[in-house]
Write a new protein. Structure first.
Length: 406
C-alpha cells in the first residue's frame, strides 16, 4: 500500500528568522485543534443569557468526573500532615510502581517487574521519552490514520517522520499486519492505540498479538498506547507488555482513573530501554509531581467508584449509538472503548470544521472536526465525546435532529 511519508499534512513551516532570531523547526508543529474548539465553546457558553439552554460539551476527551475521592483525600492528608513533597526518583515512588505492577498481574495476568515501570508526567511526558530513546532523527514511525495528533506532532518536533497508514471502517480504523508487510522499507517503529482516539475501536487480543509478534520479528519498535484501558464495553483488553519483550507500553491516570489535571502516567519499558529512558527522564523532567503520585497510588483503592464512572460512560454511549442514527449520523465506527464516537458526515458536509462551527453556533453542541485527526480525509468526519454529563448526552440526539431538519 502507499503511505504518506512526509510531515503531517497541515504543518506550517516557521521561518528560520523572526525579528532577527532563529526559530527552531520544532516550533512548526501544527496546533491541536480540539483546544481551539474548547476555547470557542467556552466563549459561546459565556455569551448565553441566563435561563437559555447551555452548550453540550462533546468536544473534549476529559472525564466529567474528578479524581476519585480516596485519591483526593490521600493527597490532602499528605499535605496536611506535612509530608515533604520533594523530588522522587526519576522513575517515581517505588510504592506506586509496585501498585502499577500489581495491576498488570491482576488485570491482565501479566508479570511486569516494577523495575521496568517508569512513572511519567502524564502519558504526554512518556511519548517524548519513548521516541527519543527508541528512534533517531529521520526515522520513520508508522501509525494508523486517523490518529491522536500529538503522536505525529511530537515526532515531527523531534526530527522524526510520521508514516501515516490510511485506515477505514474495513479495518475498524486500526492497522493490520498486511499493511505493515506492504511497507518498503520497514519503518523504525509503529504506534498502536486500543481503544483508540478518535475512533474508539479496539484490536482484538489476537490481532494485537499478531502485530506485536510481527514488529518484534522485523525489528520494528512497537509503542502501544493503552491510556483508555479500563474503558471498554465488551471487547477484551490485552496489553503489549505481555506479548512482546521489545514493546513500549504507555498508560495514564487521566482517563479510567479520571485524573487528567494531576499529570501522572506511566510507561512499561523493555529491558534495553530502561536505563536510557531513566537518563532522559532525569534530565528532562526530574520526576512526576510528588503529590500526584501519592494520589495516583490511592486511586487503586477506588475501583468501585471508577467502575461506576465507566457504567455512566457506557450508558451515554448506548444512548448515542441509538439516537445518533435517528438524527442523521448513521455512519459511525464501532465504539468498543474510550469515550468517543467517530462519525462519517460525508453525506452532510465536505467541510467538517465549518460543520462543527455551525453546530456550535446553531445547535449549541461542541464537537471536534475530523481534520484534527486525519488532515487528508478528516473533512468528512467528526468526533463526538461522551464523557460529559449523562443528561447532556441524552439530550444531544434530539438537538441534532432538530438542527438538521430545520
Amino acid at each position: 500500500m502507499r503511505a504518506a511519508s512526509a510531515s503531517p499534512p497541515g504543518t506550517t513551516e516557521v521561518p528560520e528568522v523572526q525579528g532577527g532570531f532563529k526559530v527552531g523547526r520544532g516550533a512548526s508543529a501544527p496546533p491541536f485543534l480540539v483546544m481551539d474548539v474548547i476555547a470557542a465553546a467556552n466563549a459561546r457558553a459565556a455569551a448565553i443569557p441566563p435561563g437559555q439552554p447551555g452548550i453540550l460539551r462533546m468536544e473534549v476527551g476529559q472525564p466529567g468526573t474528578g479524581a476519585p475521592r480516596g485519591a483526593a483525600e490521600a493527597a490532602a492528608r499528605a499535605l496536611r500532615d506535612g509530608h515533604p513533597m520533594g523530588y522522587t526518583e526519576a522513575f517515581g515512588l517505588p510504592s506506586l510502581r509496585a501498585r502499577i505492577a500489581a495491576r498488570y498481574a491482576g488485570h491482565y495476568g501479566a508479570a511486569v517487574p516494577m523495575e521496568r515501570i517508569a512513572v511519567t508526567v502524564g502519558a504526554s511526558g512518556a511519548f517524548p521519552l519513548a521516541f527519543l530513546a527508541a528512534f533517531d532523527a529521520g526515522d520513520r514511525v508508522a501509525m494508523a490514520a486517523p490518529y491522536y495528533p500529538p503522536y505525529a506532532n511530537i515526532l515531527t518536533a523531534l526530527g522524526m517522520v510520521p508514516l501515516l497508514l490510511p485506515c477505514d471502517a474495513s479495518t475498524r480504523f486500526q492497522p493490520t499486519v498486511a499493511m505493515l508487510e506492504a511497507l518498503d522499507p520497514r519503518p523504525a517503529g509503529l504506534i498502536v492505540a486500543s481503544p483508540c482516539n478518535p475512533a474508539g475501536t479496539m484490536l482484538a487480543p489476537e490481532e494485537l498479538r499478531n502485530i506485536a509478534c510481527w514488529c518484534h520479528a522485523n525489528g520494528v519498535r512497537l509503542i502501544s498506547d493503552e491510556i483508555y484501558h479500563g474503558l471498554s464495553y465488551g471487547t477484551e483488553e490485552a496489553t503489549a507488555a505481555a506479548l512482546s519483550p521489545s514493546a513500549i507500553v504507555v498508560n495514564s491516570f487521566s482517563k479510567y482513573f479520571s485524573m487528567t489535571g494531576w499529570r501522572v502516567g506511566w510507561t512499561v519499558l523493555p529491558e534495553d530501554l530502561v536505563r536510557p529512558v531513566e537518563r532522559l527522564a532525569q534530565n528532562m523532567f526530574i520526576s512526576a509531581p510528588h503529590v500526584a503520585q501519592v494520589a495516583a497510588e490511592a486511586a487503586f483503592d477506588c475501583i468501585e467508584e471508577l467502575e461506576a464512572n465507566r457504567a455512566t460512560y457506557r450508558r451515554s454511549r448506548d444512548l448515542l449509538l441509538a439516537g445518533l442514527p435517528e438524527a442523521g449520523f448513521d455512519r459511525i465506527a464501532a465504539a468498543d472503548g474510550a469515550f468517543y464516537i467517530w462519525a462519517d458526515v460525508g453525506h452532510l458536509t465536505n467541510d467538517s470544521p465549518d460543520f462543527c462551527r455551525r453546530m456550535l453556533d446553531e445547535a449549541g453542541i461542541a464537537a471536534t472536526p475530523g481534520v484534527d485527526f486525519d488532515p487528508e480525509r478528516g473533512t468528512r468526519f467528526l468526533r463526538f465525546s461522551y464523557c460529559g454529563p449523562e443528561a447532556d448526552m441524552a439530550e444531544a440526539p434530539a438537538r441534532l435532529r432538530r438542527w438538521l431538519r430545520g
